[in-house]
Design a protein around this ligand. Structure first.
Ligand code: PHE
Length: 447
């Protein structure tokens, strides 16, 4: 068996930053605001917060503890505990999800690059025109060009093995991102008419609640906290034994949520101030439609646009590298591919699936899968179908094979385990049933 000793994060801060760097990405800035806008604002936020701090917490703790105990990524971790064949498939499911996310993630990454380029070339104000975004998405060449460029950057970083730079990039990027987000939020919420949006986003309106709110919030929680996609197993495996898992979980959870809330406050009030709230259902394009209007109306807006899209691009690249890297290392470890072969296979799959998603807005716009465009379908398939199943597998692994007590003992070697009651309650009584219900409703809802 492999006896390589695993390299570890240099410091506690290193771990938190790397985890936060991969947690904070397009999920927080692009995905969260458009879902919140679409699924009822305050009620979505409330459901999201409850889920993140109970269920999300439980899953982060579980996955990183399993990773730290076994020093393995998900496939290896499941094997390590001698899971049944059936359950082992759950390990593979966790490991393979990033391969389906990273292609469409890179399409959105391409959008960010395009907007950065537009602002850099001094044409920022053109991005604020009403049909700018629609024009952009209906151009097949542009969609594919920016997607391929983003994918190349991701794969160059992987091939070049400079992923160690990621920790360094995150360290500089995160504080600037937070600062800039606060500036933009301040501007956005003080626009005339914006206060309606602030209220819409922050005050729950229970009449807007439906099962769809829960399905969307749960999928978003997985996505944003990088749960149920193998990532946290891998992070855990690189974690030193003396790291306080509970504390780092808390930090990542709070930081990730704070960025999402800031992004909501940037985007949603602007939708009210500039469009009278008409665009709430815009979907994946929301940020790209709303923010240029904010920038256009502010002093130094062109400059703010450059800095903003640059930071979002960095956040997107650190995430896409983490996603692609986790696929590459699964291929290396479990299928014994050379690194080069693993990266080539990953890149090829990325290019095929991503191109399909990019073309779904133009050449292939007549292709609808369950009434969704191709990108939204991949997003739905991963977040609302595969991740709930992957999370169920992890819960079953803990309950039936590893046993909660083992997890508890491991956590207690370094942490007080303050939320132990929450943890036990969620994993024993709530998680699996809840996930099954969500899974069934979201699949049925798709028909
Ligand atoms: N959580 C990241 C986001 O919010 C996505 C991601 C998942 C990044 C897994 C890295 C690894 O965008």
């Amino acid at each position: 068996m492999e006896k390589k000793s695993r390299s570890k994060f240099s410091s506690k801060l290193g771990f938190v930053l790397a985890a936060a760097g991969s947690a904070v990405g397009l999920g927080n800035i692009w995905r969260f605001p458009y879902l919140a806008a679409k699924y009822g604002g305050g009620i979505f936020l409330l459901v999201y917060l409850i889920l993140a701090f109970t269920f999300g917490y439980t899953m982060i703790m579980t996955e990183s503890t399993l990773g730290r105990m076994t020093e393995k990524s998900p496939v290896g971790a499941y094997k390590h505990f001698g899971a049944s064949k059936f359950l082992k498939a759950g390990g593979w499911l966790n490991a393979i999800i990033p391969l389906l996310i990273v292609p469409y993630y890179s399409v959105i990454g391409g959008w960010v690059m395009k907007y950065l380029f537009t602002y850099l070339s001094g044409n920022g104000s053109s991005a604020s025109k009403a049909d700018a975004f629609a024009k952009f998405t209906t151009s097949a060449q542009e969609q594919v060009f920016w997607f391929v460029l983003f994918t190349l950057i991701t794969m160059l970083i992987i091939f070049g093995g400079v992923r160690n730079g990621i920790e360094a990039v995150s360290k500089i990027m995160m504080p600037i991102l937070v600062f800039l987000a606060i500036v933009i939020v301040f501007y956005s919420v003080t626009r005339p008419g914006a206060i309606k949006g602030v209220k819409y986003f922050l005050i729950p309106n229970f009449s807007q609640f439906s099962y769809k709110t829960v399905v969307a919030a749960l999928g978003q929680m997985f996505y944003s906290l990088s749960i149920a996609m193998g990532i946290l197993y891998t992070f855990g495996s690189y974690m030193k034994k003396d790291i306080d898992i509970e504390k780092t979980t808390k930090q990542v959870e709070i930081f990730d949520t704070a960025i999402a809330v800031l992004a909501g406050l940037m985007v949603i009030p602007a939708v009210f101030a500039f469009d009278g709230g008409k665009n709430l259902n815009a979907g994946p394009g929301l940020m790209f439609v709303a923010l240029p209007k904010v920038f256009n109306s502010m002093g130094f807006g062109g400059f703010i646009g450059v800095v903003f899209f640059l930071l979002v691009l960095l956040a997107a690249v650190t995430s896409s590298v983490a996603l692609a890297e986790s696929v590459v290392s699964t291929f290396e470890d479990e299928l014994h591919f050379t690194r080069k072969r693993a990266a080539t296979v990953t890149a090829t799959i990325m290019l095929i699936l991503g191109t399909l998603s990019a073309l779904g807005f133009n050449v292939l716009s007549s292709v609808k899968i369950f009434n969704m465009d191709i990108l939204s379908f991949f997003d739905f398939l991963t977040n609302s179908v595969m991740m709930p199943i992957a999370a169920i597998a992890t819960c079953v692994l803990v309950l039936k094979v590893v046993k909660i007590k083992t997890i508890e003992d491991e956590i207690k070697t370094t942490s007080k385990f303050r939320r132990k009651i929450v943890y036990n309650f969620v994993i024993k009584y709530v998680a699996i049933i809840f996930l099954l219900v969500i899974l069934v409703t979201s699949v049925l809802g798709a028909f």
